[in-house]
Design a binder for this molecule. Structure first.
Ligand code: 4AD
Ligand code: MG
Length: 429
């Protein structure tokens, strides 16, 4: 019977075991051949020794190449020279599929090639650990939302009108008509709150941005939520509780994986409360730190880096000017130059991880903003309808999964957090 390697590593000496997996490497010393065998649960050393193993096993072991898939039968031997302290003394090997000789992932392969061969490279235990952490993080988000009465909804990705401005839309030929891949499912969520009040979605968003930064993907996983009757403070409270919860929870559930990556999650960074500053104060910080600014400047990666390093916690920047935020943002009645918006910047220069705010809930104000942005109200007719039939104040936000992982695991680039990244220079594999 097949056993996971993880279990073999815990078994007493002498236990007969059968493991199925992939050969990470082969070391030949005449009539003694060592294999490192990998399955999803771990890696174990297999010793194939003349006289102990069946003759056929020795012949098979001699012919094996990296990444061949095999079934190994043998007995557990505690051996402190083995990397995990345990070795399988091989009796029999059955080849499931012999790998070809030219497995392209070799030592000293460059980073570009590793992404060219991502379909093979992702068998590496490091990437597997990262993907487990990612899975646990998504689970934590779901736990959080469920515990707060949010309903998960699934929205279309093919749309006809921009959410976040027209310049980053990917066009789709939709049966001869022009359509786009969505940048955000916010508008559908806004429709859904009239029946469900609190909703969230976990799905990809698309941005045709040519940005070659370490934090931009053309396709990223977007967690978005929309809340009826929420104002800006209520929104920030939810975001703060959520970030605090998911980081702590992931640190807990991914303890082993994080350790195997030689990382540690700094949970003290998410202790509440998170500081909240207005855009105007952010400009003051920048000026003080020698960054030239003017009212109406959008905060890009460089500015965000400076601001976030002023704080040990994630920091909310609120009340952005109208000019730098999308048309749907509600204007602050106390200061009509600014919107009721909030971005959350992660510490240590990581910059924006959350974007959100209060939505315009009045028809006349929304249509005015649509005209001011030079948009066509016909494109937004169903969105405008939401303001015609029992509109209510509401607010929401979006958070990028890969940006959160980059921050909490100190990754060099958001693409590291993807199974198959999509960037301006990469759509394959
Ligand atoms: O700030 P953004 O553009 O906001 C929206 O899309 C809103 N409609 C969300 C909402 O209120 N429902 O994007 C939200 C977050 C960003 O803070 C960032 O974490 C992530 O999505 N994000 C990206 N992540 C990776 N690559 C990109 N190109 C990203 N663009 C945004
Ligand atoms: Mg944003």
């Amino acid at each position: 019977m097949r056993r996971p390697i993880e279990e073999v590593l815990q078994s007493p000496e002498g236990t007969e075991v059968e493991v199925w997996g992939w050969v990470r490497n082969v070391r030949r010393h005449g009539k003694l051949i060592f294999l490192d065998l990998r399955d999803a649960s771990g890696i174990v050393q297999v010793a194939v020794k003349g006289g102990v193993a069946e003759d056929s096993a020795l012949r098979v072991a001699e012919s094996l190449r990296r990444e061949s898939s095999v079934k190994v039968t043998g007995t557990v031997k505690l051996d402190e020279r083995a990397p995990s302290g345990v070795e399988i003394r091989c009796k029999r090997i059955e080849v499931i599929s012999l790998a070809e000789e030219d497995y392209p992932i070799r030592p000293k392969i460059g980073p570009k090639k590793l992404y060219d061969y991502r379909h093979l490279h992702l068998r590496s235990p490091k990437i597997a650990s990262l993907m487990r952490i990612r899975s646990n993080l998504l689970e934590a988000f779901r736990e959080f939302f469920r515990s707060r009465g949010f309903v998960e909804i699934n929205c279309p990705s093919i749309i006809t009108a921009a959410v976040e401005g027209g310049s980053t839309l990917f066009e789709v030929n939709y049966f001869g008509k022009k359509a786009y891949l969505t940048q955000s499912v916010q508008f559908y969520q806004e429709a859904a709150i009239f029946g469900l009040e609190r909703v969230y979605s976990i799905q990809p968003s698309f941005r045709a941005e040519k940005s070659r930064t370490t934090r931009h993907l053309s396709e990223f996983w977007h967690i978005e939520a929309e809340i009826s009757f929420a104002d800006l403070n209520a929104l920030m409270d939810v975001v703060e509780e959520m970030v605090n919860y998911v980081v702590n929870r992931t640190a807990e559930t991914s303890y082993r994986e994080i350790k195997s990556l030689n990382r540690s999650v700094r949970t003290e960074e998410v202790e509440r409360p998170f500081p909240r500053i207005k855009y105007a104060e952010a400009l003051e910080i920048l000026e003080r730190r020698g960054v030239r600014t003017y009212w109406g400047i959008d905060l890009g990666a460089d500015e965000e880096r400076v601001i976030s390093t002023e704080f040990e916690r994630p920091v909310f920047v609120t009340h952005f000017p109208k000019e730098v935020k999308a048309f749907y943002h509600k204007v602050d009645e106390e200061d009509p130059r600014v919107t009721l918006s909030a971005d959350l910047l992660a510490p240590r220069g990581n910059g924006e991880i959350v974007g959100g705010g209060v939505r315009i809930d009045r028809y006349d104000q929304l249509i005015e903003r649509i005209y001011q942005f030079g948009l066509d109200p016909k494109d937004y007719s169903w969105y405008l309808d939401l303001r015609r039939y029992g509109s209510v104040p509401h607010a929401g936000f979006g958070i990028g999964v890969e940006r959160v992982l980059k921050w909490i695991l100190d990754l060099p680039h958001v693409r590291t957090a993807c199974l198959f990244p999509r960037t301006p220079t990469r759509v394959t594999p």
